[in-house]
Design a binder for this molecule. Structure first.
Ligand SMILES: [Zn+2]
Length: 78
């Protein structure tokens, strides 16, 4: 789970961008932290760069395929 110390540096959002599920290898619109929907593994990732492939880490059958979902993004315009 993403962690922070100072709440003044983060804010909540209702953006639909947090509801997008990305397939492995797809290119997300925001730079930030992405979480695997199957197992909860987190990565930092840059916008416009291919997300890690299906074989990035191993899943059990129950965990299904690797699917990435943004949990935090970096605001580029302050
Ligand atoms: Zn996973």
């Amino acid at each position: 789970m993403a962690v922070y110390k100072y709440s003044s540096y983060v804010k909540t959002s209702t953006s639909d961008a947090f509801d997008t599920i990305y397939e492995p290898g797809s290119k997300p619109a925001h730079s930030g932290i992405y979480r695997c929907e199957g197992c909860g593994k987190e990565i930092s990732h840059n916008a416009g760069v291919s997300l890690p492939p299906q074989n990035h880490h191993q899943h059990t059958v129950a965990q299904g395929k690797v699917r990435w979902r943004m949990s935090v993004y970096a605001e580029t315009n302050g």
